[in-house]
Design a protein around this ligand. Structure first.
Ligand SMILES: [Zn+2]
Length: 189
């Protein structure tokens, strides 16, 4: 018998888990437009890695209870981002792996999500695996991308004009002066 074909853009999660389905492939980075847009302007035209992905369904048997519906998703790629130190592109590797549990509806998902460590979602017959994994990859982006060692020397001058130095006396300096006066040259830490 021919196994049922599943569509990763409209995945019937319950049927996929029941069938212990496995899907995998590659997407061009451009297909994940929110992620692709994170590239700095000067790296937009450079060749990029595809997003390598896989999804696996599991019906997890529980003694004395209904079996649980799980999806195990994974995606990896690398993407140029803007180094926050030297502002040149820095290629960051991304690798996400998540196990998601699916339950009957949103209310059950919210309840379980609050009380368990698992990531719980409501069952759907039209899960877009690419959107799901793009969300995961966006969450995995470094908050402050930067080179371990920047390839070019840093510019000495900051881009923005410097603020006027603070004219208010530093309260700690005043305190130090006070202490020096009262302790008559004693050693201070
Ligand atoms: Zn850098």
């Amino acid at each position: 018998m021919k196994p049922r074909a599943f569509d990763p853009s409209r995945l019937d999660v319950a049927a996929f888990a029941q069938a212990a389905g496995v899907l995998s492939g590659e997407w061009p980075l451009a297909d994940l437009d929110r992620l692709a847009a994170c590239r700095p302007a000067q790296a937009q035209d450079e060749p990029v890695q595809p997003v390598v992905w896989s999804v696996e369904g599991e019906l997890r048997k529980k003694p004395g209870a209904q079996p649980e519906t799980w999806l195990h998703v994974r995606a990896s790629t690398s993407i140029p981002l803007e180094c926050q130190r030297c502002l040149q592109p820095v290629v960051e590797a991304l690798d996400v792996e998540r196990s998601l549990r699916f339950v009957a509806d949103e209310a059950a998902a919210a309840e379980l999500d609050a009380e368990s460590e698992d990531d719980v979602l409501a069952l759907t017959r039209t899960l877009d695996v690419k959107l799901l994994l793009e969300d995961e990859l966006l969450l995995a982006l470094p908050i402050v991308p930067r080179h371990d060692a920047c390839p070019q020397p840093l510019q000495a001058e900051p881009a923005e004009p410097q603020q006027q130095p603070e004219t208010r006396p530093n309260p700690f300096a005043a305190l130090q002066a006070l202490k020096r006066g009262s302790s008559d040259g004693g050693n201070s830490q």
